[in-house]
Design a protein around this ligand. Structure first.
Ligand code: FES
Length: 110
């Protein structure tokens, strides 16, 4: 797992927000809702809309296109959707917020 700093402490909003960040070539949707931070893939698995343009409701992110919902903690789609989004671990450190990105399997020996 690679831990990558995505925002410094002084630039991290204490208010709820949804934003898009680019990390190691991945587009990530970073969310603060009800005091908790989450990171999920930004591309909706239904038809590719940007989840960072959506909104949060009861611990889920809602896609702005067709309103499919994904649990921010587990990534699971709502009942009946049969899909999910990737989730990423976050770690608040003294100097900022870090995200954990797994190394691709072909880079384990490098
Ligand atoms: S593109 Fe997200 S619900 Fe359809």
């Amino acid at each position: 797992m690679n831990w990558i700093k995505i925002v410094s402490i002084d630039k991290l909003s204490k208010e709820d927000f949804i934003s898009k960040v680019n990390v190691s070539g991945k587009k990530i949707c970073l969310v603060r809702t009800e005091g908790n931070l989450f990171a999920v893939q930004n591309s909706c698995p239904h038809a590719g809309a940007q989840l960072s343009n959506g909104w949060c409701s009861k611990g889920k992110i809602v896609c702005p296109y067709h309103r499919q919902e994904f649990d921010l903690q587990t990534g699971r789609g709502a009942e009946g959707q049969r899909n999910y989004v990737d989730t990423y671990p976050l770690d608040m450190r003294k100097d900022g917020l870090y995200i954990g990105i797994k190394k691709p399997w072909w880079k384990f020996w490098q």
